[in-house]
Design a binder for this molecule. Structure first.
Ligand code: NAD
Length: 309
């Protein structure tokens, strides 16, 4: 049986896992090209696959219909918005994801964003390279309010990481947050509205769904504090980027730090990325050596369990 692996991380951090699958009789094709597959390459390689470990490549109805042997799909990570889950279910294809494999890495990225913001790290470091010795006054995170929207694996890791920072931490989730969880992670349960109105930092950790698309838009920006820094490491599309542009230009909020974007990479003429209070990393929040190794191991486990057992 053939396993197709599209994420490039396997070539660097998962060769032991490739060997493990091969030792169990699987024929493994992994991406060692150093580049993401084009749609055509992906479709060609997937056509005779029994299982696919997939990063951001689109697994839609068209692809599924071209793969008659496909039995297992494993997302190399957690966000399954690139997979047509309903159609996979209709076709009897199991879809797994590596829950928690990269949550520490993403949570650390959020902390890096928070400190970069309070200490003006990006602007000051770049200015010194230009021989400018400006000294803007920063802020302390201590005493500030952090609002976490989506209290799953990543949201909980952030709450655990900031517990020593003397911050007020609010959490909201579509599912009830238990008293035990609130106590364990030192968070106060709040409504979406309260988080929007009262937070200095708002960090988004919900999946991209019809119900979360543009969940932060003009109305929400109008309610935010002027000191708000909005952090999105979840998915492009959860924040209305046109509304964000207006909010940043009009100083309705202070700044925004994103790792994800509606179009990755952004278009050359994109206006938002040119603003000096908007910062974007190239979807690297989950990319650490440790998380890549964990994700290779967990996705291999899912393939072996669901294809062979
Ligand atoms: P998770 O499934 O553990 O948690 C998601 C939480 O969001 C759940 O508790 C769920 O109940 C909640 N939720 C869903 N809809 C909601 C809504 N409308 N309002 C409030 N809460 C809602 O997932 P996770 O591991 O914490 O990851 C969260 C998201 O982050 C993923 O879906 C993925 O899109 C994104 N992500 C991005 C990167 C990256 O590289 N930047 C890496 C990992 C995950």
């Amino acid at each position: 049986m053939k396993v197709l692996i599209t994420p490039r991380g396997f070539a660097s951090y998962g060769l032991d896992q490739v060997k493990l699958m091969e030792s169990k009789g699987l024929s493994v094709h992994y991406n060692n090209t150093g580049k993401a597959y084009t749609k055509e390459e992906f479709h060609r390689l997937a056509a005779d696959a029994d299982a696919i470990i997939v990063g951001v490549d689109i697994i839609d109805r068209e692809l599924i219909d071209q793969c008659p042997k496909l039995k297992v799909i494993c997302k190399f990570g957690v966000g399954t918005d690139n997979i047509d889950l309903d159609y996979a279910k209709e076709k009897g294809i199991f879809v797994g994801r590596t829950t928690g494999s990269n949550s520490k890495a993403v949570a650390e990225h959020v902390l890096a964003f928070m400190f970069a913001d309070t200490k003006n790290l990006y602007s000051t470091i770049n200015e010194v390279k230009e021989h400018q010795w400006n000294k803007p006054t920063g802020q302390e995170v201590s005493g500030k309010t952090l609002g976490i929207i989506g209290f799953g694996m990543i949201g909980k890791n952030i709450a655990a990481f900031v517990s020593g920072l003397s911050m007020k931490v609010y959490a909201y989730d579509a599912f009830e947050i238990t008293e035990e969880a609130a106590k364990e992670y030192h968070v106060e349960k709040k409504s979406f509205e309260e988080i929007i109105r009262e937070s200095d930092y708002i960090s988004l950790h919900v999946p991209l769904l019809d119900s979360t698309k543009n969940m932060i838009s003009t109305e929400e920006f109008k309610k935010m504090k002027k000191n708000t820094c909005l952090i999105n490491t979840a998915r492009g599309g959860i924040v209305d980027e046109n509304a964000l542009y207006r909010a940043l230009v009009n100083k309705e909020i202070r700044s925004a730090y994103f790792d994800v974007y509606s179009l990755e990479p952004p278009a050359a003429e994109d206006k938002l990325i040119k603003l000096d209070n908007f910062f974007l990393t190239p979807h690297t929040a989950a990319r650490t050596v440790e998380s890549e190794k964990r994700t290779c191991q967990m996705s291999t486990g899912i393939i072996v369990e669901h294809l062979l057992i």
